[in-house]
Design a protein around this ligand. Structure first.
Ligand SMILES: Cc1cc2nc3c(=O)[nH]c(=O)nc-3n(C[C@H](O)[C@H](O)[C@H](O)COP(=O)(O)OP(=O)(O)OC[C@H]3O[C@@H](n4cnc5c(N)ncnc54)[C@H](O)[C@@H]3O)c2cc1C
Length: 492
């Protein structure tokens, strides 16, 4: 009894020492930020409370402090305050990470919100644009278009931030002809862990440039990118079909035809996706004439057993809007949220056994699930896709051969998400993995659809496949004290 009392008392002392040291670290951090005049949202203020509300309300964290820099010097000062006080530093752009990685992915980080870095400056002659990383995609697309009808390849949701999207992938409506967002970065301005500012490009700090394009969050805070732009295509064919899906055999037919087409003959001008939910839709965009679209699509539709779609001809901005679930313009104070668990798969190939297992699981488990779930298949790679034309080790993004980008999403429209419900999507992915075992198939995962159920080792393996070891070496060079840390980031 005496020794138990002693142990409890010792633990009490240990806990209070730990709490005191973490409290004093935070106090020192606050003093440092205040001395260097870094703008912040004070803990507990209305701005702070709003800013730490993540897109995914299932995954909330409490930062050590919340900086809102106005200048690159403010970003440098914030990084040095975090670094000298042993507090991890996390950049936040649009806050859309599914695992709330923009809030650190765990408690206790210094958040550096890049919202004020949102300008878009086009050089129309060179067809380049310098864009702040804190801007949101809808506002960026409009600003690019207003400066000589320019555009970049990016994701569909207008509220997503440029920072997270570009540093880890960036797949959207024109990726099969123009590549991912990260494939179009020419240069990045980066604040490093030692708080210096460098340019990363093919010729300046090329290894950092390599790592930023696929795993950027672990290497620094990017304040802006220089992108190559293209002239926005107009008169685009936007299509949407609603296949009625009644049996697993039908789903097998649909997916088999789609996969074969994507891998072998889908032209780069065509981007498309299959959306499975309480209803099914097959939609996309074709950058060409209606006559050419019919020539390309009709044989595929016949194989898929799909007909009777809604087909319109749209300008570039209307094309983006038709996939954006609302207006492109995004408010200064962003307040859209969902509550969900999500997973991804980036299969190089879905074997016939995997497609059957996936379809049977849909029939047995998904159709009867009354939550707002979906499974999305984006046609990603293939013989004619710009994404696969780039070598797998040319950037840190390692899914160049992934036929589909599959996103599994399970959402509640109100209330909280019961953690036991994660077994629904975990089970779906598991049957696909089991059916693909020993078939020489890559089954990566996409960090931009961060999966909070992955351990750090699984995350490293699945997000970066064969590129991980090189990333870990780069991390040791650029951020040896692991200032930019998160539970699933490189080097965590
Ligand atoms: C509704 C919705 C739709 C989506 N649609 C698509 C899509 O069509 N295509 C697609 O590819 N993805 C899509 N995504 C996924 C999206 O790309 C990722 O969630 C992305 O990481 C979000 O970036 P963010 O800046 O908004 O998020 P944040 O949470 O702010 O950041 C995500 C990660 O990037 C890091 N980061 C952010 N800014 C910087 C910076 N300046 N410097 C260094 N690190 C930084 C953060 O630290 C964090 O680790 C979608 C997500 C949502 C919620």
């Amino acid at each position: 009894m005496g020794s138990l009392t002693y142990i409890v008392a010792s633990l009490g002392v240990l806990v209070s020492i730990t709490e005191a040291s973490s409290l004093s670290k935070r106090a020192a951090l606050d003093t440092c930020l205040s001395t260097l005049k870094v703008p912040i949202y004070a803990n507990g203020s209305a701005d702070y409370t709003q800013a730490i509300k993540p897109f995914n309300l299932r995954v909330t964290f409490k930062p050590a402090a919340y900086a809102v820099p106005l200048t690159v010097q403010d970003v440098q000062n914030a990084v040095s305050c975090g670094s000298i006080n042993g507090i991890q530093v996390t950049a936040k752009s649009g806050g859309h990470s599914y695992g709330s990685h923009g809030l650190g992915g765990e408690d206790g980080h210094l958040i550096v919100d890049m919202k004020n870095f949102n300008t878009v400056t086009v050089n129309q002659t060179a067809q380049t644009a310098v864009i702040g990383t804190g801007g949101r995609l809808g506002n960026i697309a409009t600003a690019l278009y207003n400066q000589g009808k320019q555009a970049i390849s990016h994701g569909t949701c207008p509220g997503v931030g440029l920072g997270g999207l570009s540093l880890h992938g960036g797949y959207g409506l024109i990726s099969r002809s123009k590549g991912l967002t990260l494939d179009n970065i020419l240069e990045a301005t980066v604040v490093l862990a030692n708080s210096s500012v460098v340019t990363a490009s093919e010729t300046q700090n090329p290894e950092l440039f390599w790592a930023l394009r696929g795993a950027g969050a672990a290497f620094g805070i990017v304040t802006n990118f220089k992108f190559k732009t293209f002239t926005a295509p107009e008169n685009n064919i936007v299509f949407q079909y609603y296949p009625s899906l009644n049996s697993p055999e039908q789903l097998v037919t649909l997916l088999t035809a789609m996969q074969d087409f994507t891998r072998n003959s889908q032209p780069p001008e065509l981007n498309m996706r299959l959306f499975l939910s309480s209803f099914t839709s097959f939609s996309g965009v074709y950058y060409g004439s209606r006559a050419d679209f019919d020539k390309v699509m009709n044989p595929l539709l016949a194989k898929m057993g799909v007909s009777g779609g809604l087909i319109t001809t749209n300008s570039w901005l209307n094309t983006l809007t038709s996939f954006s679930n609302g207006a492109l313009a995004q408010p200064a104070v962003y307040d859209t949220h969902e509550t969900f668990f999500s997973k991804s798969l980036m299969p190089s190939y879905l074997t016939p056994a995997a497609i059957t297992a996936l379809a049977n699981y849909w029939n047995a488990n998904a159709r009867s699930n009354s939550r707002a779930w979906y499974l999305l298949f984006d046609s990603h790679a293939g013989a004619n896709s710009a994404i696969s034309k780039i070598a797998r080790d040319a950037t840190a993004y390692s899914h160049r051969n992934a036929t589909f980008k599959m996103q599994f999403y399970d959402r509640v429209n109100s209330g909280t998400y019961d953690p036991t419900w994660q077994s629904f999507l975990n089970g779906w992915v598991k049957v696909i993995e089991d059916a693909s075992a020993n078939q020489g198939v890559d089954l990566g995962m996409y960090i931009n659809y961060a999966d909070t159920s992955l351990s750090k080792d699984e995350a490293h393996k699945r997000y970066w496949l064969g590129n991980y070891d090189r990333l870990a070496q780069a991390k040791a060079i650029w951020d040896p004290r692991r200032t930019f840390e998160g539970p699933q980031l490189v080097g965590s």
